[in-house]
Design a protein around this ligand. Structure first.
Ligand code: NAP
Length: 275
């Protein structure tokens, strides 16, 4: 393997350990509430992992599970209660919601007190949203400055593609965003110094599409008959890239570590307002 592994599991453990040390002396503790509507198995895993991370770093945490039959009013009542609960510094509602409630997602984000919107989903949120933030932390660990580098983001979703493109731009990279209508995709990806693949297509990015020596960040989480795989053909591309993230153990754990960082920032901000 020529590439160095960007080990999100290890890096996230360091971040969590650091937060744990900072939390020891805090009283009351920072608090996170996670709202889960319905019983989608993947969402349950994500929510449980977030709860586990809270325990690990010593945060107060609350998990609120609502049935799939929950009404708009019930969901909003929970958000309102959490908005007013001084033990809670961060609130997140696990998306996607069950299909028949999906039209409420924007309104739920809107309902969360901006100071507690630790997912960073609101426009102009004070927090950097967690997956893009985790991606930038991984890239920082390469110690390669982004200034002037060509970064290609595959995918233009509101949760990943667009915000990560903005962060790369803020870091002075030259950024190209590609999507399902992009023509000659591999000509573009071949020019990239950094590729962030966030399309949700198993092992879509192949060795032929990548410039040797590039940094490859694989955001994809695809459940296949062969287990969990990313959007990148890891086995092939690790031979030519300079850095590459694995799936699992790359961006996923960094997303949770970034969430814990955001909760701590929310806690500090709330204390500086109230003191
Ligand atoms: P999404 O909302 O489904 O968006 C997918 C994007 O990929 C769209 O913009 C789509 O283009 C684009 N796309 C589709 N086919 C393409 C192609 N052939 N070439 C270039 N772009 C293409 O997905 P998402 O929410 O951003 O998530 C992407 C992946 O990341 C999923 O596997 C998801 O599970 C994973 N994810 C992981 C984490 C984590 O913490 N590790 C967090 C969030 C998401 P159009 O806009 O033209 O349709």
């Amino acid at each position: 393997m020529a590439a160095s592994l960007l080990n999100g599991k290890e890096i996230s453990q360091q971040i969590l350990e650091d937060i744990k040390q900072q939390t020891l002396s805090l009283d009351p503790k920072p608090g996170l509430a996670v709202v889960l509507v319905g019983n989608d198995p993947a969402s349950e895993i994500y929510v449980n992992n977030k709860e586990k991370a809270c325990k690990k770093v010593g945060f107060y945490s609350e998990k609120i599970v609502l049935s799939e039959a929950a009404s708009e009013d019930e969901i909003f009542a929970v958000i309102d209660r959490l908005n007013n609960d001084p033990r809670i510094h961060g609130i997140l509602c696990q998306f996607p919601l069950p299909k028949h409630l999906r039209h409420l997602e924007d309104a739920i984000v809107e309902r969360i007190n901006p100071q507690k919107d630790v997912d960073g989903f609101k426009p102009n949120s004070p927090y950097t949203s967690c997956t893009p933030k985790g991606i930038m932390t991984l890239i920082e660990h390469t110690n390669i400055p982004l200034t002037g580098k060509h970064a290609v983001v595959m995918g233009r979703s509101l949760m990943v593609g667009k915000p990560v493109a903005q962060l790369l731009l803020d870091a002075d990279a030259t950024v190209t965003i590609t999507h399902s209508k992009t023509v000659n995709l591999s000509q573009i990806t071949k020019q990239a110094d950094v590729i962030v693949a966030a399309i949700g297509k198993p092992e879509f990015l192949t060795k032929e599409m990548v410039k040797p020596g590039s940094i490859i960040i694989d955001v994809g989480i695809n459940r296949t008959d062969h287990g969990l795989v990313g959007d990148v053909d890891f086995e092939q591309i690790k031979e030519i890239a300079s850095f590459i993230t694995p799936v699992p153990g790359g961006v996923g754990p960094m997303t949770i570590a970034s969430l814990m960082q955001n909760v701590l920032i929310a806690y500090q901000a709330s204390n500086s307002v109230s003191s």
